[in-house]
Design a protein around this ligand. Structure first.
Ligand code: GUN
Length: 281
């Protein structure tokens, strides 16, 4: 079998075009959506992510303000900025790019972001609401994965889904999203025994562990749907995912490429969350 590609690049373009129409209409009503992004210290990967987010916002007509804070910024100074943005009526969404320097407790910072402006869906209020099935801001990567499955008419109800990775940003919210659509979900992580065997039984495999080519062809069941959340840079500068694409695409029914799969969907979902925040204001 040779898998069909889940084209996140193309799909995200379509989503952003629709969002642009929506933003145009909001502007006619005097609503100007705006995202504030905070980055603390220098991190070249974060700088690339933030640039992508900024470009996407600009394309859709969303105002974007970047706060580039020096490495030595204290936790209290960061909290003060977030509190200022929380009460700034011109700001609809606030995003603190992770990682931050070690002297800052990022959880305290995430908790300070108003749940109404938490377009990353990292605040405990949004995480809790996702868990109990209430409307909330959903973490953009799992949200993007779900949207992609939906757009390609891949029904997850009753399917076995294995998520590899248990991060707060991807693995845990991914579990909740799949569960809310009636999948039977297992999370694998570094301590999982017989991980290969568990993965090889899955109808849907979501790889989010940050290890290049970790998921090999022998771990994929014939006809499985394979979603690769990983973005790893190899020594030769090339990007590669957590899945060995060449091998897995021979077994899967659908697969996401890296780049051009989940990455652009994550950014599109962020933009969608900002539009949602602006509409709810
Ligand atoms: N760092 C890596 N991914 C993300 C993300 O989606 N949001 C934020 N805020 N930081 C990140």
């Amino acid at each position: 079998m040779s898998a069909e590609i889940l084209d996140g690049k193309e799909l995200s373009k379509k989503i952003k075009e629709n969002l642009k129409n929506e933003v145009d209409k909001l502007k006619e009503q005097g609503i100007n959506p705006k995202l504030a992004v905070i980055m603390v210290g220098d991190n070249s990967a974060s700088a690339v992510y933030v640039k992508n987010k900024s470009n996407a916002c600009k394309k859709v007509g969303i105002d974007f303000e970047e706060f580039l804070l020096p490495e030595e910024t204290t936790e209290d100074e960061l909290i003060e900025l977030i509190e200022k943005l929380n009460v700034d009526n011109t700001v609809d969404g606030i995003l603190l790019q992770s990682p931050v320097p070690n002297h800052i407790n990022i959880n305290r910072a995430f908790e300070t972001i108003s749940p109404k402006k938490d377009v990353d869906g990292f605040n405990a209020v949004n995480v809790g609401n996702l868990t109990i099935g209430r409307d909330c801001f959903v973490s953009c990567t799992p949200y993007g994965v779900m949207r992609m499955l939906e757009e390609y008419n891949i029904d997850v109800a009753g399917k076995t889904a294995v998520v590899i990775g248990r991060s707060n940003i991807v693995g845990k919210p991914m579990l909740q999203c799949l569960l809310s659509k009636d999948a039977t979900v297992t999370i694998c992580h570094s301590k999982t025994k017989n991980l290969e065997e568990v993965v090889s039984k899955a109808d849907i495999v979501i790889a989010a562990i940050g290890k290049p080519n970790f998921v090999t062809g022998n771990m994929i069941k014939d006809g499985a749907v394979v979603i690769d959340v990983g973005i790893n840079r190899l020594e030769d500068g090339k990007l590669c995912g957590d899945v060995n694409f060449e091998e897995a695409s021979q077994k899967a029914s659908y697969i996401t490429p890296v780049p051009g799969g989940v990455g652009p969907m994550t950014v599109a979902m962020l933009v969608e969350n900002v539009v949602k925040a602006a509409k709810q204001k």
